[in-house]
Ligand binder design. Structure first.
Ligand code: GLA
Length: 393
């Protein structure tokens, strides 16, 4: 049964009626533009056909009561007295409730059941999917206008200021603003977006290494601080403002002031921004060969300069690259574990999946999961019965 049906069934058995509202928000895979969003750079993700659904109905007592089928856990809290607890999934719900209220909106409570199929901690943005689904639920019961950019910012603030992960805006933006059949080029400074079609005859394969790393948050925050230090050295708001020529010209000075590691971090961001814009242009021309090589180069830069890959991700990317029908492959998401992404000839999908899985298992002794993902729409109300409430702000 798909997660939407599961959520509906569980809602019915817990609350004794059909849910008047169903919302969903997708996970994402990033084709290129990794660790550039918090330097105000460019990213090229797509929302995937894996998501979190919430079947729900409004409550009029200002409380949220939510049950998640994936973790078999229930949370309950009052909107006017939000308190931090010891981490866990409900912090994302509270964080979104807090952040929407910070924005000046009055919101109502709801009760509902969550179910999803975005693997947790695999680099496919299960947290952004949870945040955006929650925001969609609050917006639907409270009659808030749905502006994807505003909601993405609200959800990002939930994660940075409530949960404590200093993430960029990419995951929330794509989960909010994804479009079926398209990849989105996002300028993470202006939040301007451009829809880019997947090249004809090519599909996106998500290659889950099965590895999950616990230390991602601290390594992530450290990378972000290093990028900020490099931007301060150049006297600019973010590394987005540094050209390759300027980086090269001032490299010796940068290395002597802040060390080789900071230079490498800056080099990754500056070159990755160039690769991402080149990749979007290659997609528009339908040039899969160019796009594939840019993905390969991105992996090398993340592995050697930004140092956020890991053994399993390196093995997976090289297994993919050596297999017939693969145009290019790289790690995707924050890194250290989780998933790689490959661009594959549509007609080679099956043999590609079998060969890559065998190659990866030979090298690591581990099984993997290879899925072809299609670009899906962003957060939405899937079904609603009854009138929508008016807006209060
Ligand atoms: C995580 C963060 C994003 C982005 C990626 C790396 O997914 O949530 O903001 O920084 O890592 O590109």
């Amino acid at each position: 049964m798909d997660p939407q049906e599961l959520a509906v069934q569980e809602f019915q058995s817990r609350f004794g009626a059909a849910p008047p509202l169903i919302v969903r928000a997708p996970g994402r895979v990033n084709l290129i533009g990794e660790h550039t969003d918090y330097s105000d750079g460019f990213v090229l993700p797509m929302a995937i056909d894996r998501a979190i659904w919430i079947a729900l109905r409004a409550r009029d007592d200002g409380r949220v009561v939510a049950h998640t089928l994936d973790l078999d856990d229930t949370t309950e809290f009052a909107l006017e007295a939000l308190k931090h607890a010891d981490g866990g999934w409900s912090e994302y719900l509270k964080g979104v409730a807090w952040s929407i209220q910070q924005e000046g909106y009055a919101i109502g409570g709801w009760e509902g059941v969550l179910a999803g199929n975005v693997p947790i901690g695999a680099g496919l943005s299960s947290s952004a999917a949870l945040e955006l689904a929650t925001a969609r639920a609050f917006a639907a019961v409270s009659g808030l206008p749905w502006d994807p950019r505003t909601m993405a910012r609200i959800c990002q603030r939930a994660e940075t200021d409530w949960v404590g992960m200093r993430c960029g805006i990419m995951d929330q933006m794509i989960s909010a603003a994804g479009e079926a059949g398209h990849v989105l080029l996002i300028d993470c400074r202006s939040l301007r977006t451009k829809l880019v079609p997947l090249p004809p005859g090519a599909v996106v394969a998500v290659l889950d290494t099965g590895s999950r790393r616990g230390l991602v948050d601290s390594a992530y925050n450290e990378r972000r601080a290093q990028c900020e230090a490099a931007a301060r050295f150049f006297g600019v708001p973010a590394l987005r403002d540094v050209s390759l020529a300027e980086l090269e010209a001032r490299a010796p000075e940068l290395k002597s002031h802040l060390g080789e590691v900071i230079h490498q971090r800056a080099r990754h961001v500056v070159t990755e921004n160039i690769r991402t814009l080149d990749a979007a242009a290659a997609m528009e021309r339908g040039d899969v060969i160019a796009l594939g090589s840019l993905m390969d180069a991105s992996h090398v830069s993340l592995r050697d300069d930004f140092e956020v890959s890991g053994k399993e991700l390196n093995v997976m990317a090289s297994c993919a690259r050596r297999t017939d029908g693969c145009h290019g492959a790289r790690m995707t998401g924050a890194g250290f574990g989780g998933c790689a992404v490959a661009l594959v000839k549509a007609e080679a999908t099956e043999s590609f999946s079998v060969s890559v899985a065998a190659c990866y298992e030979d090298a690591t002794g581990r099984p993997s999961e290879i899925t072809i993902c299609r670009p899906a729409p962003g957060a939405e109300v899937v079904a609603r019965s009854g009138p929508s409430p008016g807006m209060t702000r």
